[in-house]
Design a protein around this ligand. Structure first.
Ligand code: PEP
Ligand code: MG
Length: 575
């Protein structure tokens, strides 16, 4: 049956492929320690699930499609072989005994080990088999949770798999990076949630907030994803398929054309230079940063080093990560944000989840409450500053007390490094994020005490409009063009410019071409965004004349009717 679903567009592009449903079981495996006397029972539970899954797979032979019997049998044999493989079953049993952990956790851990071994294979076919490992483990996990099993995915191991999940955490999405899904669909999530931000960085079409996709789409359904419109077409007819294939190749051509701008200087028509920097989550993201010609890193969300881990990384590991980014950028500026943990980025096994995480012990508040954690990071950052142009950016500052405390921490860390004879840059620049309305409204103290500022529009909008950015139920109210938001932005940018304190925007607004001219008109000269958005933004900069956009920008700032604002913005973006 053909039908369509509508959600919140997150990442552009068109994908055509088969649905791959990801069970909750797979993504939300919990970890707990068992009492010693329960360990054998847990091993027995695992054995039962493995045997039930074996029977289920063997039973599937009866349902094989006539036209693809041979491939289907090969697929089942492969999955049965993986299921029996001692790297999964025996290793998981041993882990349960050794670590007294639950069977699901042991299975998932063994799967991850095996997947990373497969990824190292030179041979593309063998590398591809990691998908089978994941599917087999998923099936066992589903058996354990008492849910019915999947229908088998395409026997041909379709490369164009589209991930369909109820929800994916940012941490899970980072792990799924290696699976190379051709699109990502989720029922939950807002367009500026961290899951959405990571998906955008993957340069993969993504739609969130689909509500019932996981329920309505079946495994292996043919899907067309229109990432720009936020539309999913399920089991489309031939004509639609042909139309979208054509649009897909047109988009490919446009993307290829944009690549020519990689080395062009981002100057407006009147000759003003604009800095276009990149946001990254992991040191590995430098590949895309370079491919898209960023002239610096405007935001390294360092907390992603913490996700997916049981233990926080030690100073040495952090230092190596920061140094590799700084050195990798060959003298270009690198702004590393101190940990913004909490809210939708929880550490694994976090001891406590706040009742309202976005307003809880998050970001700098958490760092100041955990001095050891903060000091370790500051030591690693300061040490890495000896290797290039590293700047430190502090998230979620709300006022002078937090600024003073933070600067004090940095000062004492510098002193102890100096006493130990360890090199660091004594002139290192310290900046603050403007992402709480209180910060925007008491900007003078930020200007006085800090070396640079960066506006986090994702949170600034969330807190100004009182809208949870991760909640799709209120996403229609999340409005970057709300006059209150525009006034705060214009105020912060012009005040910083007047005081000659460098100011950038590193929230998602910075990478949205629809807002490039508006921000330029407000006086912004430094943008930081996902690498995938960089060349399109550069193209917009190259076709903009600052004197021409100024009058319309002022009109937008004076307007208070949303329709009028939209109309004026369209005019601003025309031509
Ligand atoms: C922001 O809030 O705009 C920002 C850049 O930080 P994050 O998205 O990581 O909260
Ligand atoms: Mg933020």
């Amino acid at each position: 049956m053909s039908f369509s679903l509508h959600g919140l567009p997150v990442s552009n592009g068109i994908a055509i492929g088969h649905a791959h449903l990801v069970s909750h079981a797979m993504l939300e495996v919990s970890h707990y320690v068992l009492p010693k006397n329960m360990v054998h029972q847990e091993v027995a539970r695992l054995n039962e699930a493995l045997e039930a899954t074996r029977k289920e797979l063997a039973g599937l032979r009866e349902f094989r499609p006539q036209q693809a019997a041979a491939e289907f049998d090969a697929f089942l044999d492969l999955h049965l072989m993986i299921l029996a493989d001692e790297h999964i079953s025996t290793a998981a049993r041993e882990m349960i005994v050794r670590e007294q952990c639950n069977a699901e956790w042991a299975l998932k851990t063994q799967m991850e080990t095996l997947v990373s071994q497969f990824e190292a294979f030179e041979d593309a076919y063998l590398r591809e088999r990691k998908t089978d490992v994941v599917q087999v483990v998923e099936r066992v996990l589903q058996t354990m949770s008492g849910q019915p099993g999947h229908t088998p995915p395409s026997a041909q191991h379709d490369k164009n798999l589209i991930l369909v999940a109820h929800d994916v955490s940012p941490a899970d999405l980072i792990q799924l990076k290696s699976h190379q899904f051709s699109a990502i669909l989720t029922d939950l999530g807002g367009a500026t949630s961290h899951t959405a931000i990571v998906a955008r960085g993957l340069n993969t079409p993504c739609i969130v907030g689909l509500h019932h996709a996981r329920e309505l789409i079946k495994d292996n359904d043919m899907l067309i994803i229109d990432g720009e419109q936020g539309v999913v077409l399920v089991n489309p007819d031939k004509q639609l398929l042909a139309e979208y294939k054509l649009r897909q190749s047109q988009l490919d051509i446009e993307r290829q054309k944009l690549k020519r701008l990689k080395t062009a200087h981002a100057n407006t028509l009147d000759g003003t230079h604009i800095e276009l920097h990149a946001n990254i989550e992991m040191p590995q993201d430098l590949i895309e940063v370079k491919e898209n010609g960023a002239t610096g890193i405007g935001l390294f969300r360092s907390e992603f080093l913490f996700l997916n881990r049981d233990h926080l990384p030690e100073e040495e590991e952090q230092f190596e990560a920061y140094r590799s980014v700084v050195e990798g950028m060959d003298g270009l500026p690198v702004t590393i944000r101190t940990f913004d943990l909490g809210a939708d980025k929880q550490i694994k096994n976090a001891s406590r989840v706040a009742s309202n995480p976005a307003l809880g012990l998050r970001a700098i508040r958490l760092c100041l409450a955990e001095p050891q954690l903060f000091r370790t990071q500051l030591r690693a950052l300061l040490r890495a500053s000896a290797y290039g142009k590293l700047k430190i950016l502090v998230p979620m500052l709300s006022g002078v007390a937090e600024i003073n405390q933070t600067l004090q921490f940095i000062e004492t860390t510098k002193q102890s490094l100096a006493a130990e004879g360890i090199a660091y840059n004594p002139e290192i620049k310290i900046g603050g994020m403007i992402e709480i309305p209180a910060a925007a409204l008491s900007l003078n103290v930020f200007i006085r005490k800090l070396d640079f500022l960066s506006i986090g529009t994702n949170d600034l909008i969330q807190y100004t409009l009182a809208i949870d950015r991760t909640d799709e139920e209120v996403s229609h109210l999340y409005d970057p063009l709300h006059p209150a938001v525009l006034h705060l932005l214009a105020h912060v940018i012009s005040s910083a410019n007047k005081a000659e304190v460098p100011i950038s925007v590193c929230g998602e607004m910075a990478g949205e071409v629809a807002y490039t001219r508006l921000l330029l008109g407000m006086g912004l000269r430094n943008f930081s965004m996902n690498s995938a958005q960089l060349l399109a933004s550069k193209q917009r900069v190259l076709t903009t004349s600052l004197p021409e956009i100024l009058p319309l920008t002022l009109k937008i700032l004076r307007a208070d009717d949303p329709l009028k604002i939209q109309e004026l913005l369209s005019k601003l973006n025309a031509g």
